[in-house]
Design a protein around this ligand. Structure first.
Ligand code: AR6
Length: 168
């Protein structure tokens, strides 16, 4: 089974087959991790994204990584948190599942996820970390193609949440 691990830092520095972008449905860039990825990848990334025609919440799309050390970017659109009763958890689970499915369809073996939806979209970070670890763990149990899945955390608090999740 693939290794799951936690790493604290800027996802744009990771040399993996794909980093996942917490995008918005336009796929044309934004703030947070989306802005960091577009800045580091260069304008070619936005040009390729513009040709994709957007992405609904919960789905995923793949592009090249351009100037990033990562070979690809898998863009997914997390749900905006509206209290938890609007299907947010199913949509967030779909982000992880669809990103992993798209990665496997492209023969990728190493991938790094940011904490999707936990910034501007307001999803409670503890619930998001628990869900992310559970969804990824269940998929990896049935999928021998992945070698490494990294949960990239931007701060110590997020890192602690994922470490607890992986230990549990
Ligand atoms: N590397 C890793 N994680 C990061 C980085 C980075 N360079 N920068 C921020 N984070 P957010 P969302 C963490 O807001 O909640 C954008 O404008 C951050 O600390 O980037 O899904 C999009 O265009 C947080 O834990 O994404 C959308 O409009 C996590 O990444 C909207 O924000 C996600 O925070 C998406 O909101």
């Amino acid at each position: 089974m693939a290794v799951m691990r936690v790493w604290r830092g800027d996802i744009t520095r990771l040399d993996v087959d794909a980093i996942v972008n917490a995008a918005n449905s336009s796929l044309l860039g934004g703030g947070g991790v989306d802005g960091a990825i577009h800045r580091a990848a260069g304008p070619e990334l936005k040009a390729e994204c513009a040709r994709l025609g957007g992405c609904p919440t919960g789905e995923a799309r793949i592009t090249k990584g351009y100037r990033l050390p990562a070979r690809h970017v898998i863009h997914t659109v997390g749900p905006v948190w509206r209290g938890g009763g609007r299907g947010e958890s199913a949509l967030l689970a779909a982000c992880y599942a669809n990103a992993l499915a798209l990665g496997r369809a492209n023969d990728l073996a190493t991938i790094a996820f940011p904490a999707i939806s936990t910034g501007a979209y307001g999803y409670p970070p503890d619930r998001a970390a628990t869900l992310a670890v559970a969804v990824v763990r269940a998929i990896l149990a049935d999928d021998t193609g992945w070698r490494e899945v990294i949960f990239c955390c931007f701060d110590e608090a997020a890192k602690a949440l994922y470490e607890n999740g992986l230990a549990g």
